[in-house]
Design a protein around this ligand. Structure first.
Ligand code: SD4
Length: 344
């Protein structure tokens, strides 16, 4: 049975079980029993070979960032580059533009809150040496990616969470700011009237920014910043600040970032997977397809959206999503474009 037939067979089986009024655990057992009788779940799409290094190119600065707001982010990144910045400076400059845009409902100020009305932010970054920093479940901080960079550069740690991250922010002079805007508060109040307090898992409503940049010296860096899943449970942390899930950069190979339902990305350590597949010789595009395929094999009964974006140290790019609708901005010295990712 092909993978997509297998998926729809299992999805139909789960739907039939639910329609028959079976308990969720009983539907799960039925699906697992059916899976056991099918051939192995996840065959790779293509044979891997074993590269260990992708020769970096110089003079080919390239930046890719998820969704429409990637255009502004990349423009800020290239401005930082022309001012003498490194790949990591490009990432931070790009992230800050989107984090400060109160009209965006998924990143920084204006981001939709959790189900209790708190805006909690997640962010991480990795630089061209493979160093990493992250903050998660942080409130009242306008630029979580800059805070993640400070964790990376000025502490012996990789990740600070919640009140500890906020304390660190105050210690380094970052003022507290209200992140819930009138628009996001009204959206939350409307949601509260109709919700059953289950976190929303929607294939449309994702626009975390993930950014990858290669500077003219061949240095690569990445970042990811988000307010996470709208109306999530208080305390929920997604993939975006998790090194290897929402972002991974290997200075010898390239980087990858993810957008969409973080739980699916975390369970498959998606961005690390993309980069490792690139190490084994796959192009960024092939690697993104394989990582999406892995989610679809592992979670065949769930309808969810995940998109991956990748950039190699040789300035090759790729992007792929489960469903139609994921796009990303690609900027290099020749100009900027918005690209619709392949899907399926
Ligand atoms: C999360 N991956 O918190 C994030 C959400 C997202 O575009 O990507 N939105 O699960």
């Amino acid at each position: 049975m092909g993978n997509s037939n297998r998926r729809s067979f299992l999805r139909n089986l789960a739907a039939t079980g639910a329609a028959m009024g079976l308990a969720p655990w009983s539907v799960r057992n039925m699906v697992h029993a059916a899976e056991d009788n099918l051939e192995p779940a996840c065959q790779p799409l293509s044979e891997a070979n074993h590269e260990a290094f992708i020769a970096p190119v110089k003079g080919m600065a390239t930046m890719v960032s998820t969704w429409n707001h990637g255009i502004e982010a990349n423009a800020a990144g290239f401005l930082a580059l022309t001012q003498g910045g490194t790949a990591m400076d490009m990432i931070e400059a790009g992230a800050r533009v989107v984090e400060a845009d109160a009209t965006g409902l998924s990143v920084g100020i204006g981001g939709l809150p959790d189900r209790d009305g708190h805006v909690t932010l997640d962010a991480c970054c990795m630089d061209h040496t493979g160093n990493a920093g992250a903050v998660c479940f942080v409130q009242g901080v306008l630029h979580p990616l800059s805070l993640a960079r400070k964790v990376m550069e000025d502490t012996p740690h990789v990740m600070l969470a919640g009140a500890g991250a906020e304390q660190f922010a105050r210690e380094i002079g970052v003022d507290r700011i209200e992140l819930l805007t009138d628009v996001s508060r009204r959206a939350w109040e409307t949601w509260r009237q109709t919700s059953n307090y289950a976190p929303v898992i929607n294939i449309e409503n994702h626009d975390t920014i993930g950014l990858l940049a290669l500077d003219d010296e061949g240095r690569i860096a990445g970042g990811c910043t988000t307010s996470g899943l709208a109306y999530k449970m208080h305390g929920r942390v997604g993939d975006s600040p998790i090194i290897g899930a929402g972002l991974f950069v290997d200075p010898d190979i390239g980087g990858a970032t993810a957008t969409g339902l973080g739980e699916a990305v975390m369970k498959t350590v998606g961005s690390f997977l993309v980069v490792e597949l690139m190490r084994q010789g796959q192009s960024p595009q092939q690697a993104c397809e394989e990582a999406v395929h892995r989610i679809m094999c592992r979670m065949p009964t769930q309808d969810l959206q995940v998109g991956y974006l990748a950039l190699s140290t040789s300035a090759e790019t790729g992007g792929h999503a489960i469903h139609e609708g994921f796009n990303y901005a690609l900027t290099n010295h020749a100009g900027a474009s918005l690209i619709d990712a392949t899907f399926g």
